[in-house]
Design a protein around this ligand. Structure first.
Ligand code: NAD
Length: 253
């Protein structure tokens, strides 16, 4: 198995895409640290059902101390950290809002989770990866940054920051054996995406997205996990600072 004996931390692992990544990484042989501010009980069950090893951790990625404790718990449970998937974000539940009506609190919360959270998690795991002489960091950005999305300025700006910090960190970690890449998912069906708009708008939105794609169907979480497993594996050892767009060909970069 591609990830046999590797240890992978996935943030935002309680539901949605994070849960899917945990199962896919476990299927590839990795031992999983499922971390979220919510309970990861369902994810734990799904990983165990396929014979995987999993440790659940409660973390608030906006809190430096909390992410340090997450890394410490991963090391305590499994003795090493090979992979970090920075998937946690404020996404589900965000309200479409004109840019000049967003509150400062909403703006700051999105930046704190989606950008500072990734910085915190990287700071927490890089020392262990450096000691091991190898590591894989996969940051979850969004294909929304290529075309922009109206009424979600804070979210799209935060994902643009994730794209940029991925490049900079990849360069800064030159010579450490740590690869830093990002995945740019297109619109993918999760509870979070279906909660973003009202049910009437949802059908039309999905139809317009599918029409713009080369591959004419809705993306499912499993459509993304192969890229995450690839970026977490030795198969991507010569790839760093890159962004891989997984959106059925809706846009090209
Ligand atoms: N679903 C899509 O279409 C899509 C498209 C592009 C990018 N993305 C990105 O993929 C990721 C997952 O998306 P999803 O659809 O599963 O969304 P989601 O909202 O269901 O998942 C986000 C997870 O992050 C966790 N989280 C939020 N704040 C946290 C904090 N402070 N500390 C720890 N955990 C925290 C949440 O509890 C949740 O489990 C997000 O980064 C999202 O921006 C999703």
């Amino acid at each position: 198995m591609r990830l046999q004996d590797r240890v992978a931390i996935v943030t935002g692992a309680a539901r949605g895409l994070g849960q899917e990544y945990c199962v896919a990484l476990a299927r590839a042989g990795a031992q999983i640290v499922a971390a979220d501010r919510l309970a990861c009980t369902e994810t734990q069950t799904k990983v165990q059902e396929i014979g995987g090893k999993v440790q659940t951790v409660t973390v608030d990625v906006t809190d430096d101390q909390s992410t340090q404790e997450m890394a410490a718990q991963a090391l305590h449970a499994f003795g090493r950290i090979d992979i970090l998937v920075n998937n946690a974000a404020l996404y589900g539940g965000l309200k479409s809002t004109p840019f000049d009506q967003l509150s400062e609190v909403e703006w700051d919360q999105v930046m704190a989770v989606n950008v500072k959270g990734i910085w915190n998690c990287c700071k927490a795991v890089v020392p262990a990866m450096k000691r091991q002489g190898k590591g894989k960091i996969v940051n979850v950005s969004s294909a929304a940054i290529w075309g922009g999305v109206p009424f979600l300025l804070h979210y799209v700006a935060s994902k643009g920051a994730v794209f940029a910090l991925t490049r900079s960190l990849a360069r800064e970690l030159n010579g450490t054996g740590i690869n830093v890449n990002s995945i740019m998912p297109g619109y993918t069906l999760t509870d979070a995406t279906t909660s973003l708009v009202d049910p009437e708008t949802l059908g039309g939105l999905q139809q317009s997205i599918v029409e713009a794609q080369i591959i004419k169907r809705n993306a499912q979480p499993a459509d993304l996990s192969g890229t995450v497993v690839f970026l977490a594996s030795d198969d991507s050892d010569f790839i760093t600072g890159q962004a891989i767009t997984v959106n059925g060909g809706e846009s090209h970069h």
